[in-house]
Design a protein around this ligand. Structure first.
Ligand SMILES: Nc1ncnc2c1ncn2[C@@H]1O[C@H](COP(=O)(O)OP(=O)(O)OP(=O)(O)O)[C@@H](O)[C@H]1O
Length: 300
């Protein structure tokens, strides 16, 4: 099943130490009898200055992996290294410092402070750490997200896309070792999603940032340098420099094609008018049901 990583077939990732890596990571929630193994011996490494997408069906462990790697949740066993330092045995104070100084977060729900202005939101993590962001750096990042004329606005005065751009600027401004993005485009329309993905791409290509993004969105994944697939708490394969079609094929090969909604497939229907697989299957099923109905029902 696994072939060349530049084809549509996902390959098994090899383990080498990157900006973030984990080895033998296990996360079990709950007590014996009712326990859930969310991560089942995951070993994976994320290279510096790359945009990596993590995909997989609901419940496959994507958020758990991201939360463990970011020091927001503690694994049951295994090791996690951030920039070469083992974080699994750090105490809460050390972890807080690592999260504050070396990690940027972008969440689906933006997580902005409503009473603060855009500028204050962007500089908040640095202010809490008692650091001043150099004016030049702030100007550069604010310009990159296109918010120069919105700095004194409150989040409620911004669109969803603009709010997520504030969250992106906040994550980037302190130049963290890695930015974790949990479904960063999940709440956005396609235009705003594109702006966020363009921004994340630039953060990697221009600023050399490392971004790890959980997504269900095939289009978002196609912006990544690498897509890692999870299934049942395990790494199921990966793609390097994937196209949208490669991601779709890999999801199908891994048996995850239910992740691609019919609506999404219809949006990308081939110009020839050919039905995408899920729509064709649905049409077939509808036809079978109609064919098997008694004539009187159809005539009514
Ligand atoms: N706090 C928790 N307590 C108990 N079980 C949990 C907890 N968090 C996650 N799980 C379980 O762990 C498994 C992995 O969950 P996780 O949220 O990591 O999956 P996911 O791939 O991110 O899913 P989704 O795409 O739906 O967000 C699931 O079976 C989930 O029910």
């Amino acid at each position: 099943m696994f072939a060349s990583s530049t084809s549509a077939h996902p390959t098994s990732p090899t383990y080498t130490e990157g900006v973030v890596s984990c080895r033998g990571l296990v996360k079990i929630y709950g007590e014996k009898g009712t326990s859930v193994t969310a991560l089942d011996h995951v070993s994976i490494s994320f290279e510096e200055s790359k945009l990596t997408a993590i995909m997989g069906p609901s419940g496959s462990g994507k958020s758990t992996l991201m939360h463990c790697l970011a020091g927001l949740d503690s694994p049951s066993s295994g090791e996690i290294k951030l920039e070469g330092s083992e974080i699994t045995h750090m105490n809460e104070r050390q972890l807080t410092k690592v999260r504050r100084d070396r990690i940027g977060f972008i969440f689906q729900s933006f997580n902005l402070v409503p009473t603060l202005t855009v500028k204050q939101n962007i500089t908040l993590p640095a202010s809490i750490a008692g650091k001043k962001i150099p004016d030049e750096r702030l100007r550069e990042v604010v310009e990159a997200v296109g918010l120069t004329d919105r700095l004194s606005h409150r989040p409620s005065e911004l669109s969803g896309g603009q709010q997520q751009r504030v969250a992106c600027a906040r994550a980037l401004v302190t130049e963290p070792a890695v930015i974790f993005a949990d479904e960063p485009t999940g709440n956005l329309d396609s235009r705003s999603s594109r702006q966020i993905l363009e921004f994340l791409r630039r953060a990697v290509d221009v600023y050399g940032q490392s971004v790890i993004m959980v997504t269900h969105d095939v289009d978002a994944a196609a912006w990544a340098d690498r897509v890692v697939f999870l299934a049942d708490g395990k790494v199921a394969g990966e793609l390097i420099s994937p196209s949208r079609d490669m991601v779709l094929d890999a999801l199908r090969e891994l048996g995850h094609d239910t992740e691609v909604s019919l609506e999404e497939q219809l949006t990308h229907m081939a110009p020839s008018g050919e039905l995408p697989p899920a729509a064709a299957e649905l049409a077939d099923r509808a036809k079978q049901i109609l064919d098997n109905l008694p004539g009187s029902v159809i005539d009514q």
